[in-house]
Design a protein around this ligand. Structure first.
Ligand code: NDP
Ligand code: 8X3
Length: 253
């Protein structure tokens, strides 16, 4: 079943983005998938097209680079600019450290990716949605947007910014019939902790010990659900956690 709709998903080379791409493909959406790892994007495109009979465009760029964002997105043929769903998912955390000891390069990377990258992509796609007076933006926040945890300072702040920007976008865009949904997942086992702990596999695994974390597929199901509602219904803000997690800093193990 093809819908004739198109979803653009950032950070589709792993984790939530990859799972969202699979879920939307299953539902018959054509896809624009992005990330920095071009080889993964190409392999994923072939797999999705073969398995689901949809059309996929790949765009490899770094969301922190505004010129690269603009060049890549504007390279799409006009027919691909009819984006029905934008999932602003690309993002990361780097390390855990107190504010007096934080690595300022890591701070730049988190803020540039999670906040500025989301803005750069949105700034290109929103006018396309505005022109068609339809569309939905799903911003991936975090429980870290809602509750700050020890040594999470800058990452939590970057996700609080995603929360605030989602509210701002919603106000600015309802005039154009564009839905804005913030989805805030709790602990989910993806490449997230491996990236946070810079390749330390044992440290990454420990994050999910003693409880059942969310899977990327769980998050993708929720994102798709938010995009499957009637046109007059918008989920503004949604927090999902593993059952063993109450908030960003309390997990029962
Ligand atoms: P993964 O590390 O598995 O995936 C992150 C994705 O983001 C990758 O596809 C990566 O692609 C992309 N990405 C990272 N930096 C850039 C960049 N500079 N430019 C372009 N793409 C980039 O993590 P998750 O799937 O877990 O995380 C996805 C989002 O969900 C993030 O925003 C994260 O903060 C958030 N989140 C994660 C939670 C978790 O527990 N896992 C919980 C709550 C929120 P590539 O490396 O190819 O560029
Ligand atoms: C990712 C989940 O562990 O940083 O946003 O709260 S965590």
């Amino acid at each position: 079943m093809k819908t004739g709709k198109t979803a653009l998903i950032t950070g589709a080379t792993a984790g939530f983005g990859e799972a969202c791409a699979t879920r939307f493909a299953k539902e018959g959406y054509n896809l624009v998938i992005t990330g920095r790892r071009a080889d993964r994007l190409e392999a994923f495109k072939s797999q999705l097209e073969k398995e689901y009979g949809i059309q996929v465009k790949t765009l490899a760029f770094d969301v922190r680079d505004n010129n690269a964002v603009k060049t890549a997105l504007h390279s799409l043929e006009d027919s691909w600019k009819s984006i029905d769903v934008l999932v602003n998912n690309a993002g990361l955390a780097l390390d855990l450290s107190t504010i007096d000891e934080g690595n300022t390069d890591d701070w730049d990377t988190m803020i540039d990716t999670n906040v500025k990258g989301l803005l750069y992509v949105s700034r290109v796609v929103i006018p396309w949605m505005k022109e068609r007076k339809q569309g939905q933006i799903v911003n991936i926040g975090s429980t870290a947007a809602k509750t700050v945890y020890a040594k999470g300072n800058v990452y939590c702040a970057s996700k609080a910014a995603v929360d605030a920007l989602s509210q701002g976008m919603r106000i600015d865009l309802l005039l154009y019939n564009i839905k804005v949904t913030a989805v805030h997942p709790g602990a989910a086992e993806t490449e997230f902790s491996l990236v946070r702990f810079k390749g330390d596999e044992n440290r990454a695994k420990d994050v999910y010990k003693g409880f059942t974390p969310l899977s990327a597929g769980d998050v993708a199901d929720v994102v798709y659900y938010c995009c499957s509602l009637p046109s007059h219904v918008c989920i503004n803000d949604l927090v999902l956690t593993p059952t063993a997690q109450a908030n960003a800093y309390y997990i029962h193990r």
